[in-house]
Write a protein of this length. Structure first.
Length: 238
């Protein structure tokens, strides 16, 4: 693998949240060329898109190799997804469990659509690898975050575009505490601090309240997962 072998480059689904930021750092240690893609789908926590540029700049500053490897950022507007989705991530409604057994924050088809657009961009940019922060260990039960779904999407993209894509989910089998640990293992305290200070995972989009684990409302499922993971991570460092 060389810096000129664009077929071994990677496109990272980068939302601005904790998981996608750690996945991006993971990709920067493995691929000579890394681009990022984010999606504006009318999400309630639109603040995640606002913090993305600052995170990218700080990642470039952490390591000279990362500065060289981290390339173009793509932001795709798919607000039609928000228009057809009656969910707590696209409407100001209560976050709760629904009759389907899934939380009201589940946006049907969201990650499938993300991968389809990412595949189209990766095809155009000559990038073989697609990296995403889905996790089946410490998550809200979303079916489009499951390993079987990712494997099926890899096959569908490769068949549908007649080009081999490889989908990577480095966080699939680890919990939030291990995600903090992975950040520290990859980039030391500087990367762990960046994840805490810059990324945004709160479903409400609260950027006014700062906790030891980062910004958020402190009450939504995303904040609770992050807070619990941080406490476990911190306890393990003692």
């Amino acid at each position: 693998m060389t810096d000129h072998d664009t077929s071994e480059g990677a496109l990272v689904l980068f939302s601005g949240g904790q998981d996608s930021a750690v996945s991006l750092a993971w990709a920067l240690t493995r691929f000579p060329r890394v681009e990022t893609i984010g999606f504006d789908y009318g999400q309630r926590h639109h603040i995640e898109l606002t913090v993305r540029p600052g995170i990218l700049e700080r990642l470039r500053a952490l390591d000279p190799k990362w500065k060289t490897r981290l390339g173009e950022d793509h932001v795709v507007n798919i607000d039609s997804l928000g228009q057809i989705s009656e969910t707590a991530l696209t409407r100001t409604t209560q976050i709760e469990m629904t009759a389907s057994g899934l939380p009201s924050t589940f946006v049907p088809g969201r990650n499938l659509i993300f991968f389809a657009f990412a595949g189209a961009v990766a095809y155009r940019r000559g990038l073989k690898h697609i990296v995403a922060g889905m996790c089946e260990t410490d998550y809200s039960g979303y079916p489009d975050c499951r390993d079987d779904t990712i494997k099926a999407m890899q096959l569908a993209l490769s068949l549908g575009m007649d080009r081999r894509f490889v989908l990577h989910t480095p966080l699939m089998w680890i919990d939030k505490a291990a995600t903090f640990e992975l950040a520290e293992r990859i980039g030391g305290k500087a990367l762990a601090d960046l994840v805490i200070e810059e990324t945004h995972s709160c479903y409400i989009g609260d950027r006014a309240n700062k906790f030891e684990w980062g910004y958020g409302c402190g009450k939504c499922p995303a904040c609770q997962l992050r807070a619990g993971g941080y406490e476990k991570y911190k306890a393990g460092r003692k």
